[in-house]
Structures are given as structure tokens and as C-alpha cells.
Design a protein around this ligand. Sequence first.
Ligand SMILES: [Zn+2]
Length: 135
Amino acid sequence: MEPSELLAKARARAANPSDPLETLAAASILSQELSRDADALLDLAVHHARAAGTSWTAIGDRLGVSKQAARKRFAKPFTHPFATRRTRREAACSFCRTPPGPRVHMVHGEAGRICADCVALAGEIVADLKAKAKH
Ligand SMILES: [Zn+2]
């Protein structure tokens, strides 16, 4: 759409079309709407490209940005399966409440879970008890 057409559209929306400042205010709002529409257009086009198997590298090339920038701008934020607070709490170590994570090794039992740190601590406690029992 031509700028003069857009200005006419803004003027038609202005409370008082003969007041240039009212037209400017309406143009500002229209500009924000167009900007949101433009963003939505790109989001949709990228979504379709991704659905068709296009790489982030190719998408970035076409948009004139890096693969990382394209992914950061358009990729849906990754939601970890343990992302919700309740699920994190339920999946936490039953002894120390450490939540699950990529670096937390957890042993799952029927009534709960135990993290590797608690397994090690439990091992030391049992070893101490056995050593004391011998004396
Ligand atoms: Zn633990």
C-alpha cells in the first residue's frame, strides 16, 4: 500500500481529520498495527518454510541474518518436559528436592526418586554404620 493511501486511512480514523496532530496520532497507531501485521507475516512465512523442511541456515540467508539470529527470532521457545513447576517438584529427588535436569542423574523407584549425590551420601552413611558395627 502506498504511503499516501495509508495517510488517507489514518486521516479517516482521526477524531478530527482536519487537525494534523490528530491524523499523526492515528497514523502512529496504524503504523504499530502494520508493524505487528508485518511481523506476523514473517512468522507465518518462516513457519511454512520450516514445515516444508527448510533449514535455519537457508531461512537466515534469505532474511539477511545469521542462522542463529533467524532461529532466535522465529523458533518457538523450547519447553522442557519438566518445565512446569508442579512437574519439576514431582520429579525432584525425594531426599534433597533437587529438580531433574540434564546434569542430574536420578534413580527412579516405585515411591520416589534419588539423585546421584544422595546415592553417594547414602553409600557413605551405610559404610560408616557398617564400620561402627564391626567395632
Ligand atoms: Zn538428592
